[in-house]
Design a protein around this ligand. Structure first.
Ligand code: HAM
Length: 424
C-alpha cells in the first residue's frame, strides 16, 4: 500500500472544522488590522532562499526540498514565506502603489526536518508582513496580531518572548566579543556549538545541551551592545505591548533561525505542546528587500505554524467547534419493491431543489431500511427529517420532523423550501 510520505499528513474531514475555525479567526483579525492577502507560488528559484534566509542557516543548509527541473532550473519548495513575499513586493513594485504594504498569507511550507509531534515536512503557516515603513509600532502590531489570534483561539498557556538583535553593524561587533568569550572555552562546547562558532555563532544560544548553557550563562549579551536609538525603539515596542495589555518576557538569548533579522525579534511559545513549543516567530528585516535586489525598504513580520497551534488548542481543549450538521435528511418510508425506484427519483429531485435553495440535505442512495436511514440522519445530526412516501404522499404531502424538539407535522411538499427557509 502506498502511504503518505514521511512527515506529511492528510487532513481528514473530522479535522477540518478545527482548521476552519483557525482560518476564519486569522482572516478576521488580519482584516481588522487592514492586512490584504497575498498568494505566491509553492516553489521558487532556490537562490531566493539561499540569499534571503542565509546559506549558513539550518533551513538552507539541510532542510530545503530542492531539485533541478527538466529545464535545468534550480527549484525549491518554499520553506517560509517572507522571502517569497519580498520577491513579489519587488517584482510587482508594490512599494510604488502605497508607502506601506500590509500583507498576510496562509500557505503550506516544506522543510526536511526530523518529524515529531508538532514538526512536519509539509506544514502550514499563516503570517503577515508589513513592508515600506520603519516604526517600532509595526513591530508591536505584529506581536499584537499574533497574540490576538492565539487568544481568540482560546489559548492561555502562552508566553511572548521578545528581543532586539540590533542592526547588522552592531551585531557584527557583538559577534566579535561573543567569539572572543567563547574561544577560550571552545574545547568544552558541544560539537554542534563548536561548528557554529565559525558558521553561525548566535545559534549557539539555541543549544539545549547543559554544558553549552552553563558556558553561555556569563556570555556577553547583545542587548548590552545596542546603541541608544535601538534601545529607545525597543522601549517603544515594550511600552506599546504594555498599553495593549500583552504580557511579555525579554529574552536576550532569543536569536531565531533565519539570518535576515534586525532589531525586534519575537516568539510566542506554548507551555502545552512539548518540545516543539514555538507557535510563532518573527521580527524586523530592514535589509532583506535590498539584499534581494530592491531598494532599501524596511519590513517586519511573523509566521505561525497551524499544526502546532491546533495541537495546543487540543491540549488546552480551547476550541468551541460548531456542530457539523446538515439541515435535512430525506427518508423513504416505503421500500415497497414496486415503488422504490419511483420514490428514489422523487427524493433525488426534492434534494436537488433544496440544495439549489442553499438548504443542505442528503438521503440514502441505496435501499436501506427505514431504521437504517433514521440512524444515518442521527449520525449526520440532521436538524430535520422528512419522511416521504407514506399514505399522505398521494395528496402531495410528507411528514416533517424537527429533530431537536421532536415536533412532527404534515406539510405540502411544494411548500417544503419555504417552511425550512423560514425556520433557518
Ligand atoms: P520560523 O520560526 O522558521 O519563521 O517559522 C514560524 C513558525 O512556523 C514556527 O514558530 C512554527 O510554529 C512553524 N514551523 C516551522 N517549522 C515547522 C515544522 N517543520 N513543522 C511544523 N511547524 C513548523 C519563519 O518562517 C519566518 N518566515 C517568520 C517571519 C515572517 N519573520 C518575519 N516575517
Amino acid at each position: 500500500m502506498i502511504k503518505a510520505v514521511t512527515g506529511t499528513k492528510d487532513i481528514l474531514p473530522d479535522e477540518i472544522p478545527a482548521w476552519k475555525v483557525v482560518e476564519e479567526t486569522i482572516e478576521r483579525v488580519f482584516r481588522n488590522f487592514n492586512y490584504k492577502e497575498i498568494r505566491t507560488p509553492v516553489f521558487e528559484e532556490t537562490s531566493l532562499f539561499a540569499r534571503g534566509i542565509g546559506e549558513e542557516t539550518d533551513i538552507v543548509g539541510k532542510e530545503m526540498y530542492s531539485f533541478t527541473d527538466r529545464s535545468e532550473n534550480n527549484i525549491t519548495l518554499k520553506p517560509e514565506m517572507t522571502a517569497s513575499v519580498v520577491r513579489a513586493f519587488i517584482e510587482h513594485s508594490l512599494g510604488k502603489q502605497q508607502s506601506l504594504s500590509k500583507l498576510y498569507y496562509v500557505s503550506p511550507m516544506f522543510r526536511q526536518e526530523r518529524p515529531q509531534a508538532g514538526r512536519l515536512r509539509q506544514f502550514h503557516q499563516f503570517g503577515a508582513e508589513a513592508i515600506g515603513k520603519y516604526t517600532p509600532l509595526l513591530d508591536a502590531e505584529m506581536i499584537e496580531m499574533a497574540y490576538m489570534i492565539l487568544k481568540k483561539l482560546g489559548l492561555n498557556n502562552i508566553i511572548v518572548k521578545i528581543n532586539s538583535l540590533g542592526t547588522p553593524d552592531v551585531r557584527d561587533k557583538y559577534k566579535f566579543h561573543l567569539k572572543k568569550y567563547l574561544q577560550d572555552k571552545k574545547e568544552l562546547l558541544s560539537e554542534d556549538s563548536k561548528r557554529r562558532l565559525d558558521s553561525n555563532i548566535l545559534r549557539i544560544f539555541d543549544s539545549k545541551i547543559e554544558i553549552d548553557q552553563q558556558i553561555l550563562k556569563d556570555a556577553p549579551l547583545l542587548l548590552d551592545f545596542l546603541p541608544e536609538e535601538s534601545k529607545k525603539d525597543f522601549e517603544i515596542v515594550k511600552s506599546h505591548l504594555t498599553r495593549v495589555k500583552i504580557p511579555f518576557e525579554v529574552d536576550p538569548t532569543l536569536v531565531r533561525g533565519l539570518d535576515y533579522y534586525t532589531l525586534t525579534t519575537f516568539e510566542i511559545v506554548s507551555e502545552s505542546v512539548g518540545s516543539q513549543s514555538a507557535l510563532c516567530g518573527g521580527g524586523r528585516y530592514d535589509y532583506l528587500v535590498q539584499q534581494l535586489g530592491g531598494k532599501f525598504t524596511p519590513g517586519v513580520g511573523f509566521a505561525a505554524g497551524i499544526e502546532r497551534i491546533l495541537l495546543a488548542c487540543e491540549n488546552e481543549k480551547s476550541l468551541n467547534l460548531p456542530a457539523d450538521s446538515i439541515d435535512i435528511y430525506l427518508i423513504r418510508v416505503n421500500n415497497d419493491l414496486n415503488r422504490i425506484d419511483e420514490l428514489k427519483l422523487i427524493v433525488a429531485d426534492l434534494a436537488s431543489r433544496l440544495r439549489s435553495n442553499d438548504i443542505s440535505c442528503d438521503y440514502d442512495y441505496s435501499d436501506r431500511s427505514l431504521k437504517a436511514q433514521m440512524r444515518e440522519a442521527n449520525r449526520l445530526k440532521a436538524k430535520y427529517v422528512l419522511f416521504i412516501g407514506g399514505d399522505e404522499y398521494k395528496d402531495g404531502k410528507a411528514n416533517l420532523k424537527n429533530m431537536e424538539s421532536g415536533e412532527q407535522k404534515v406539510i405540502q411538499l411544494n411548500e417544503l423550501n419555504e417552511s425550512l427557509i423560514s425556520q433557518k
